[in-house]
Design a protein. Structure first.
Lengths: 258, 287, 275
């Protein structure tokens, strides 16, 4: 069983060494530029000239390709087809068959949306592959994010796999009481309550105890927090972040100009 | 160190008085064991001493709970936990989930209270050495066994350097090996001068460690005294307390004339061996 | 209902070989305790008995029915399994409904369900808590509810997974009462337990597992007498057994009655009772 929900891969790379906020800014920059830019081919260029090289810089190219192939290409392809075939825009019909009547415009729009989605999800994947959740949360907390918020996110990532294990045990326990989980669909839906019930109630009990445990470790203390992990923020990071902000602003201007 | 006076408590939205007029004084460095049937109020007592009553569980608390001279009602929970540490039964639920390695998990508390980084590292290393888990430092807390997780939980509390340690049945869900490891840690903590309140069912262990035993029954203190006195008291069995099997065997032997009426009943194996050996010698001498 | 286990081997999907060739016969009505350190294979073995796990090789049959040939739900009519953590089973609004869940799944008639539920509640001391919400009860009582909800299925074989964990003396006595009741009615009771004293006082046969194999299997007295072998799977003998050994008793005693009998024997001057 995976111990935590996280794509993070430990590698020694230039991208890994960047400050988490910088990487987060990079991700948002990709998305904003991709969606705001008036130039049609922006998203595609960002993928090939931005995301792909970065995946090499981060030494996570293999993992990225694997995820892109399995997840992104089908999803983007699906969006493209749906928009191309069904979007009611434009007049230059390419062909007509049954309910499908794609136009030149719908094709163009489909391509645009698909590439934008591709950039957005890719940049997130890249971010998750090269940023340790703990580090990111530490950094954000240091910059002012409420501790409770960071805790909820990080602990959820670890606790969900535990809940999966618990769900397996619950299924086993209820099957042992004669619950039929292999029968007709109707039966299987009826089987949900005995499976979800203990999971929810048991989790409530757990949550209360865990709240007591973290309270006992000063979680609600009003003192200024300190941090075990030292997360560096170098001038390069700051320069990159400022440039990214500038890039996004430029794109915004370009869009407004048009 | 700990001073409870006329403490009574009722959980919110219930009618039952869970603690009834408790009076308890504990000296610094004392090791007090608390025994009682389930439902007697042992966990509630733990929460009252560790400040979770009244700050976490609202309800009606009357009477005074003082630790190191400070009244619990007048403190905040986040300050109180610096003086009184709490660990309980379920090792899994005491893993915060916020950290990916045992080292960071233990440091979590120190981060929350703002201990400088260098001091943090030193304290974590010292605490881990004391509880014998240095080898687990880089492991994920969720990959550990129950006994290991419980020791991590204890270390996480130890590292905050409380003056009082409240432990609510820390070995109930562990296998014998895990229980032995945890008792070892608790004994070490007590030897280092900490005041310890331990709720436990395993009567033979208590007899070896505790300075004092408090028997809780239906929210009131039934007995409060030396382990050898309390754990062999005739008042316990009828009220649902579990005596050690050595005590039970000796009591039954006494009915058969195989244990002298004046001889103190044994609680531990050693005491039982001594007692029965002496009985056998007395018997042999009288023939 | 006889339980036949033939050269059972089991390898978990991750590659861990949890059971390495276990062969056992458990006759109808036997009371058996399975002991051993964590990881020895106790739970893995138990889960084969109601079909939750299927052997990688070897055979398990319950009352002549090969577990390979039927679903867990079907085997539930023969083998009831009480899980260690009641919170992984309880979900109904009241104790009564919860305890009726098992027999209902088995397709019993309403009148029969009532009968079974009443019986189970009485046996576990829950009769007055019938209309309570299980989650309003303390963890101690929740464990009783879980036990009752399997007892109500009235299966010929019952498996108890760590029944005494976290329980106090009164509940343990109640559980011992349940086991005695089952013994009277000729049911097979199999328990996995770390509580060796509970084991000694309620079970005639003890199987000690170590590293996926049977280390010891026999009457409790014989098994507990072999302290060095037991130590290999980190099992300490029961308290009175240890006391008896240290006092030099000849035979192995496992509970208070046997201890006193041996003690009486010594004091009556019978030299054969002492080494």
């Amino acid at each position: 069983m995976q111990e935590r929900l996280s794509l993070y891969i430990q590698r020694d790379s230039w991208l890994h060494a960047l400050n988490p906020l910088t990487k987060l800014s990079l991700t948002f920059a990709f998305i904003l530029v991709g969606f705001l830019s008036p130039w049609y081919w922006t998203a595609l260029v960002l993928v090939f000239a931005g995301i792909l090289p970065l995946s090499f810089f981060g030494r996570v190219q293999r993992e990225y390709f694997w995820t892109a192939l399995r997840l992104l290409v089908p999803v983007a392809g699906f969006i493209f087809i749906m928009q191309a075939l069904f979007l009611p825009v434009g007049t230059q019909e390419l062909f007509r068959w049954l309910i499908f009547h794609p136009t030149r415009e719908s094709l163009a729009q489909g391509f645009l949306t698909a590439t934008r989605i591709f950039v957005m999800v890719s940049s997130f994947i890249l971010f998750l592959l090269t940023t340790h959740p703990s580090e990111m949360m530490s950094d954000l907390t240091r910059r002012g994010l409420p501790g409770q918020f960071a805790y909820v996110i990080v602990s959820t990532l670890q606790i969900i796999p535990q809940m999966q294990a618990k769900a397996q045990t619950i299924i086993a326990a209820q099957r042992s009481r004669g619950l039929d989980t292999e029968g007709s669909y109707f039966k299987r839906i009826g089987a949900l309550v005995p499976l979800v019930g203990p999971l929810v109630f048991g989790s409530l009990v757990e949550v209360e105890e865990r709240a007591i445990a973290i309270e006992a470790r000063g979680f609600t203390s009003t003192r200024q927090k300190t941090f075990l992990r030292e997360i560096k923020d170098s001038p390069i990071d700051r320069t990159i972040r400022i440039s990214l902000v500038g890039l996004v602003l430029l794109t915004l201007l370009a869009k407004l100009w048009r | 160190m700990i001073n409870l006076q006329n403490v009574s408590y009722k959980y919110p939205l219930t009618d039952k008085q869970v603690l009834k007029d408790i009076n308890l004084q504990v000296q610094p460095g004392e090791f007090v064991a608390v025994i009682g049937p389930n439902g007697a109020g042992k966990s509630t007592l733990c929460y009252a001493i560790s400040g979770f009553i009244p700050h976490f569980f609202k309800g009606e608390l009357s009477g005074s709970v003082q630790v190191a001279g400070v009244e619990s009602r007048q403190s905040t929970l986040s300050e109180w936990v610096l003086t009184v540490g709490l660990a309980f039964q379920n090792p899994f639920n005491q893993i915060s989930g916020a950290k990916y390695t045992v080292f960071e998990e233990i440091a979590f508390g120190l981060e929350n209270i703002g201990v400088p980084r260098d001091e943090m590292i030193t304290r974590v290393e010292q605490a881990m050495a004391m509880t014998g888990i240095t080898a687990l430092a880089q492991r994920s807390p969720f990959s550990l066994s129950g006994g290991q997780q419980q020791r991590v939980a204890l270390t996480s509390i130890l590292v905050m350097q409380p003056q009082v340690l409240v432990l609510d049945e820390p070995t109930s869900q562990l296998d014998p090996i895990g229980a032995r490891e945890v008792f070892g840690v608790i004994r070490a903590m007590s030897h280092s001068g900490m005041t310890v309140i331990l709720v436990e069912h395993k009567v033979e262990w208590i007899a070896s460690f505790a300075d004092r035993v408090v028997a809780l029954h239906e929210g009131s203190i039934l007995l409060d005294g030396r382990p050898d006195d309390v754990l062999t008291s005739p008042f316990l069995e009828a009220r649902g307390f579990g005596l050690s099997r050595y005590t039970q065997a000796a009591r039954a032997a006494a009915l058969d004339g195989l244990w002298s009426p004046g001889r103190r009943l044994p609680v531990t194996l050693e005491q039982a061996v001594d007692g029965f050996s002496l009985e056998a010698r007395r018997d042999a001498d009288s023939h | 209902m006889q339980i036949l286990i033939n050269d059972l081997r089991f390898i978990y999907p991750g590659g861990v070989e949890a059971l390495r060739g276990i062969s056992l016969v458990i006759e109808p009505g036997e009371q058996v305790a399975i002991v051993g350190q964590n990881g020895a294979g106790k739970t893995t073995l138990a889960r084969h008995l109601n079909g939750l796990l299927q052997p990688t090789s070897g055979r398990v049959s319950i009352g002549g029915l090969d577990t390979h040939t039927c679903t867990v739900a079907k085997l539930a009519a023969r083998v009831g399994y009480v899980f260690q953590n009641p919170d992984e089973q309880l979900f109904c609004k009241t104790v009564g409904v919860e305890v009726a869940f098992g027999p209902k799944n088995l397709g019993c008639a309403p009148a029969r369900i009532d009968e079974l539920v009443n019986g189970a509640l009485e046996l576990t001391g829950l009769s007055d808590k019938r209309d309570a919400n299980p989650y309003d009860l303390s963890p101690t009582w929740r464990k009783m509810v879980a036990l009752a909800s399997i007892l109500s299925m009235d299966t010929p074989v019952i498996i108890l997974d760590e029944p005494t964990t976290g329980q106090d003396a009164a509940s343990i006595a109640r559980i011992a009462g349940v086991i005695a009741h089952l013994r009277e009615r000729g049911r097979t009771v199999i328990t996995i337990t770390h509580d060796i004293d509970f084991c000694a006082e309620n079970f005639e046969r003890v199987i000690a597992l170590a590293e996926g194999q049977v280390l010891l299997d026999g009457p409790a007295c014989d098994v507990f007498g072999q302290q060095e072998t037991l130590a290999r799977t980190y099992v300490d003998p029961p308290q009175l057994t240890r006391l008896g050994k240290q006092l030099g008793f000849f035979e192995t005693v496992r509970n208070q009655a046997e201890f006193l009998a041996a003690l009486r024997g010594i004091h009556l001057g019978d030299p054969s009772n002492q080494k």
